[in-house]
Design a protein around this ligand. Structure first.
Ligand SMILES: NC(=O)c1ccc[n+]([C@@H]2O[C@H](COP(=O)([O-])OP(=O)(O)OC[C@H]3O[C@@H](n4cnc5c(N)ncnc54)[C@H](O)[C@@H]3O)[C@@H](O)[C@H]2O)c1
Length: 439
């Protein structure tokens, strides 16, 4: 067991992976969450959400993992506390930091020895200054503490891998002591460590997400042009990506980005620009292009089907990306709403996200859930693909052809090669590429 004890406040998508990941590196870790149900599940060695490899990691390291609802348990036992609570979007687009503030107050209220407080949640620049102010206001005892920034870059669906093998580790510090503690706990990670000041570290996270979202909206803008003139966006993206200055990642056209990070982080970063009277309107365009993607997809559906009223549409993929059950800000939510409002009958399938999706769209006469992609396709007038799960890429297209009423696939993620699809008698409508009609 290593000497430094680690506390993680908020055992959600980031916090739980952080807790289990550090436990796997040999640290004793206290995971805190104010959601009783989550803590009960965790005490039974069960992850409250689906993330590949996470359940195994929790079970494997359970002797070094403690789960509690009480922040004071982590404060009294730990040398370093990672704040991993949510920073959701407020109505005006800025980040709601009330969870971060609440947690900081609680830490201050029970701190009686040195501790390093680290923001891992995605926060606006200068949040650490607020954390320090709150500490000064609410601290009951005259003890030393440090505040640092260590933003998290993991991707849901690959979170365990990303935590263990990050492209880089960013550490924003303003004391030698804080720097040394963070360097010590990241000693066994084989990644480049960027040590900087706190404000720079805070900006690195927002700037990274804003840049990635910009790449996605950029290629989606090109995708619309390709659609209009009959060009192929995947080939454009491939050739662009071969240029090392551009890079091939995040140039996949489709129905846009979703999830709990990009949509809110882009808006929050734009708000920061506004606050300093800077021209961050580039991000407004990124956001607007993304917001239009579900409607662009609906246009594509109409170009394939004309009217959708009374038609049975099979929808594959509800999570905002593959390998997660997370549907926060998923494009599927808006697309399902549009199609339902237009009078379609929807057969929904997703490998993991159905329980979460049912909370938004309960089962009903025109919203039906299925346990297999084949069952969902039976009697359908079209199959619509909204998430690029591997499962969909490896289906028996001949069998699928025999189940559907009309052989049409509208592919919001361009997962198929049109020749393969056409060979089986399907008409295929991808994003930003010419359709392939079999009739
Ligand atoms: N999800 C991602 O892929 C990802 C990646 C990088 C960074 N982030 C950032 O990390 C932060 C957390 O994101 P997430 O997806 O893990 O959120 P999440 O909603 O999955 O988890 C947040 C957790 O904090 C808990 N919590 C809230 N208030 C609390 C309190 N007062 N005391 C104890 N626990 C409390 C919640 O119950 C929840 O379990 C956000 O700022 C997000 O932008 C997320």
């Amino acid at each position: 067991m290593k000497e430094i004890k680690i506390g993680v406040i908020g055992t959600g998508r980031v916090g739980l992976v952080t807790a289990a990941g550090f436990a796997d590196k040999g640290f004793e870790v206290w995971g805190v969450d104010n959601d009783r149900k989550k803590i009960e599940k965790l005490k039974n060695k069960e992850s409250p959400f689906y993330e590949p490899e996470l359940d195994e990691l929790i079970k494997k390291n359970f002797e070094r993992l403690h789960f509690t609802e009480e922040i004071k348990d982590a404060v009294s036992n730990c040398d370093i506390l990672f704040i991993c609570v949510g920073t959701p979007q407020r109505e005006d687009g800025s980040a709601d930091l009330s969870f971060v503030e609440g947690v900081t107050r609680q830490i201050a209220g029970c701190l009686d020895k040195y501790i390093l407080i680290v923001e891992k949640s995605t926060v606006p620049v200068k949040t650490a200054e607020w954390i320090k102010k709150v500490m000064r206001l609410y601290l009951k005892k005259n003890v030393e503490y440090d505040v640092a920034s260590n933003p998290e870059f993991l991707r849901e669906g690959k979170a365990v891998y990303d935590f263990m093998y990050p492209d880089r580790i960013v550490i924003g510090v303003e004391s030698e002591k804080a720097k040394n503690i963070l360097l010590e706990i990241y000693k066994d990670f084989n990644s480049e460590i960027v040590i900087t000041d706190i404000k720079t570290a805070e900006i690195i996270k927002h700037a990274s997400n804003a840049f990635l979202a910009t790449k996605i909206s950029f290629i989606n803008m090109i995708s619309d042009l390709c659609d209009k003139v009959g060009a192929d966006v995947d080939e454009v993206a491939h050739a662009m990506g071969l240029d090392e200055r551009i890079g091939k990642e995040f140039l996949k056209a489709g129905i846009g980005y979703g999830g709990s990070c990009f949509p809110k982080d882009i808006k929050a970063f734009k708000r920061i620009g506004d606050e300093y009277k800077l021209n961050f309107s580039l991000l407004e365009c990124v956001d607007r292009i993304n917001a239009q993607r579900p409607l662009k997809f609906f246009e594509k559906v109409k170009s394939a089907l004309w009217s959708v009223r009374g038609k049975t549409l099979c929808i594959w993929g509800l999570s905002f990306k593959p390998d997660t059950d997370d549907i926060r800000e998923a494009p599927s939510i808006r697309i399902v709403k549009i199609l339902h409002d237009e009078g379609a009958i929807l057969n929904l399938y997703d490998p993991k996200a159905i329980p979460e999706f049912k909370k938004v769209f309960p089962e009903g006469e025109r919203i039906r859930y299925f346990n297999s992609p084949y069952d969902s396709a039976k009697g359908s007038h079209a199959i619509l693909i909204l998430t690029e799960w591997d499962e969909f890429k490896n289906l028996d297209l001949g069998k699928l052809r025999s189940l559907v009423e009309v052989p049409i696939i509208v592919d919001g993620r361009n997962i198929f090669k049109k020749e393969e699809i056409a060979e089986k008698g399907f008409s295929y409508y991808p994003m930003g590429k010419p359709p392939c009609e079999s009739f």
